[in-house]
Design a protein around this ligand. Structure first.
Ligand SMILES: NC(=O)c1ccc[n+]([C@@H]2O[C@H](COP(=O)([O-])OP(=O)(O)OC[C@H]3O[C@@H](n4cnc5c(N)ncnc54)[C@H](OP(=O)(O)O)[C@@H]3O)[C@@H](O)[C@H]2O)c1
Length: 257
């Protein structure tokens, strides 16, 4: 038996991950703030799949509560799969931004996955295996499509996943960044948006099922709605062309006069 810890399991993408991973016979640790919703889901999954489910109520923007989750990630039974999924949006741009709201978004979307990954990684490396799934966003590579810092928090998650893969991908650790585009969950209403105004919304079951196919194929980056895998490969190749360009000790000719 293996155990998966899912943050943000009380609704949307996290709830579907919990259902799918329980159906694959993983024991689960469910994390979010809404204890009632987590307990209800835990009961549903114990009954349906005969798996062990722990519930941790935690606000991941709070350092002490985040540390509780990090402690569980270092404890036994060991966590084999960490799904860094909890996240939120923030309406409004920079101009009227509330600094506390900005800080909390960074804590939830970027700091929490960082510290939870750091907490689980040592044990995974000792055991020689483990999977870390990070739910980023299509906005990670399309920042012009959103106001404020949401896209930046998600490009951080993508870059963190790529860095982590470069560091430990050859040591038995599988890292996946999932980049959903618009998906039907509570995230829009929670951040003051209206999902009925969003075109081309994917159903959440479809999103997670596609992400799990990417997981089974050990993709580093999974882009469920993008029709052609070759488009991502071309994007990566363009990045490597730039990488060659950075390997110059002198400024480029156009910056010399
Ligand atoms: N839906 C989309 O269109 C879309 C697109 C791209 C990326 N994503 C990403 O997908 C992930 C899941 O979002 P979703 O769409 O499933 O939205 P959702 O239905 O609103 O779910 C968000 C989850 O995060 C938890 N959460 C929020 N604030 C938290 C906090 N302070 N501490 C702990 N948990 C917290 C929520 O639980 P509690 O309220 O119980 O704490 C909930 O379980 C997010 O990282 C989001 O950025 C979503």
């Amino acid at each position: 038996m293996t155990t998966a810890l899912i943050t943000g399991a009380s609704s949307g993408i996290g709830t579907v991950y919990a259902r799918r991973l329980a159906a694959r016979s993983h024991d689960l640790v469910l994390v979010a703030r809404a204890t009632d919703r987590l307990n209800k889901l835990a009961e549903e999954l114990r009954t349906a799949h005969d798996v062990t489910i722990e519930v941790i109520t935690a606000d991941l923007t709070d350092t002490a509560q985040l540390n509780l989750v990090a402690e569980r990630l270092r404890a036994d039974p060991p966590i084999d799969i960490l799904v860094n999924n909890a996240g939120a949006g923030l309406s409004g741009g920079f101009a009227n931004a509330n600094p506390v709201a900005l800080e909390n978004l960074l804590r939830l979307n970027s700091l929490a996955p960082t510290l939870l990954t750091a907490a689980v990684l040592g044990g995974m490396l000792k055991r020689g295996h483990g999977s870390i799934v990070n739910i980023a966003s299509a906005l990670a590579i399309l920042p012009e499509y959103a106001d404020g810092i949401y896209a930046a928090t998600k490009s951080y998650v993508l870059t963190m996943s790529q860095s982590l893969n470069a560091e430990v991908g050859q040591q038995g650790i599988y890292v996946q960044a999932v980049l959903p585009a618009a998906t039907r969950t509570e995230i829009y209403e929670r951040s003051g948006g209206d999902i009925s105004k969003v075109p081309d919304v994917m159903e959440v079951d479809d999103l997670v099922d596609a992400a799990l196919i990417g997981f089974d194929r050990k993709e580093l980056v999974t882009l469920p709605p993008v029709p052609e895998e070759a488009d991502w490969n071309a994007f990566e190749q363009a990045r490597m062309v730039l990488a060659r360009g950075f390997m110059n000790a002198k400024p480029a000719e156009r910056y010399r006069s």
